[in-house]
Design a protein around this ligand. Sequence first.
Ligand code: ATP
Ligand code: MG
Length: 582
Amino acid sequence: MKRKELIKKYVEFFISKGHEEILNSSLVPENDPSVLFTTAGMHPLVPYLLGQKHPLGNRLCNVQKCIRTGDIEEVGDSYHHTFFEMLGNWSLGDYWKEDAIKFTFEFYTKVLKISKEKLAITCFKGDKDAEKDFSSSQIWISLGIPKERVAFLGKDDNWWGPVGNTGPCGPDTEIFYWNGKSKSSKKFNPKDKNWVEIGNDVFMQYNKNEKGNYNEAKQRNVDFGGGVERGLAILNNVEDDYKTEIFLPIIKEIEKLSKKKYEGGKEITRAMRIIADHIKASVFIISEGIIPSNTEQGYVLRRLIRRSVKYARELNLKESISKIAIPVFSVYDDYSELQKNKTKILNEIEKEEEKFKQTLERGINQFKKFSNNKKISGEESFLLYQSYGFPIEMIEEECKTHNIKFSEQDFEKELKKHQELSRTAAAGRFKSGLADNSEATTKLHTTAHLLLASLRQVLKDKNINQRGSNITPERLRLDFSFSRKLTDEEIKKIENLVNEKIKQSILVIREEMSLDNARKAGALGIFESKYEEKVFVYSINDFSREICAGPHVNNTKELGHFKIQKVESSSSGVRRIKAVLE
Ligand code: ATP
Ligand code: MG
């Protein structure tokens, strides 16, 4: 079965059960500064799981692109990926355990025709906070899963939430598939790695309060999540996600460029998996408007690319790793954000690769010097990090391979000393992000950048600067320096130019740099005392470049239609524009 067919079957099945299909959201959560990436289909739905009404009703489903940085270390096995797609269905206070489990069972065994002999289940075993999830196990058994194939585990394995200290939480039930070459034993042993989790249903049965008590929830939700990659491997009998059409063309390209075989040995297989995984994830991250940097999402991206470069070097792969990215675009030809930004994506990968290659050889030589000792000091590891651009887990990995002791604590200590500056910058972003980072204000915030650039272009005056701005979810107000009244024609032109830029679907790029470099890059902003040494610069092509704390949308296409409502004089030499997005 093909990936698209699997996704289609899933969505169609849940639509036939009364669900509405919702959007595949952005990989970068729009209004949640607490995490870097969307890690599950449930993530964009949190407000609705907390009780807000969803406009499409109380039965939803979709496929969601996800990134799990927490799984980067697992990558190299046959079924953990940094980027993957998750099938999801939700009941927001609607159906409960019986229907949910029946739907899941029917989908896997009837729609996908996976043999139930190869399935096993885990359920929550109960503790002082919550009862044993006996009802779930009974439903599975009634559907034909043998009793010995149901195991009960504790909170570590079969419990979800709450997200913070309080809120919805509850047991989950997970489905495993026997992926071993040998025949599965009758009795299910959840510790046996041949059992691979393919999906799970979370039952938000409780609400945890400030006192730490678990009370029955007023709104009981169901959240199902299932991996596309793992599902596809099963359906194609390959026991390895990398042998499905989602990865194979990428692996083939690596084989071709390295002149090595995927199955040419454990280390080669692992290296190829890591490269394929990391490059794919990088393609998706860049398509969201992120570029390599030293903070947040940009740093995750940097690590992924650099790690790929290092493994490519080990495979003796001479050409640019950006070549490996090319098949990713055909595998995912249904993601328009990839197709639209292809040149930029390949370019960014190549640029980062070049940057790292400049220091990689010297770094490796430096590392060899350190490796005469049994232990690497904090200063030494920091040097590799700072001067040679080695991501920290790469240093750790190198140390492991060469049997050198590495202390993350020593490294952290050294890092802290050097970090004050960029941390204050990050805190700045966080603060302004939290002040009001609703979707509406974020959009208007980006619009204000487009507006300022348009004013400068249409009025042909490079001295126009922002004198103040005030943004509410309803409208933006921008004060700018300009000494005469604007004509109607000019106003129309400005409005049109902003709309033109919105229509062009331009990625909004954030970079961190020193104030000095920002000035050199021609970024607009107040260069006096107000900003910390390190600043964020937001660019919308070459059209607009401004120093700003953000947050902003990822792509101008999200903005809709721009309309100027009023232009008036504010004070002498200053004009004021009020505008909205419709
Ligand atoms: P595992 O224990 O195998 O890492 P998980 O418990 O982290 O899985 P969930 O958080 O329940 O998984 O995610 C739901 C489903 O998404 C999983 O059943 C699996 O099919 C898929 N999934 C989760 N993490 C990954 C990953 N890193 N790569 C590929 N698929 C994944
Ligand atoms: Mg996991």
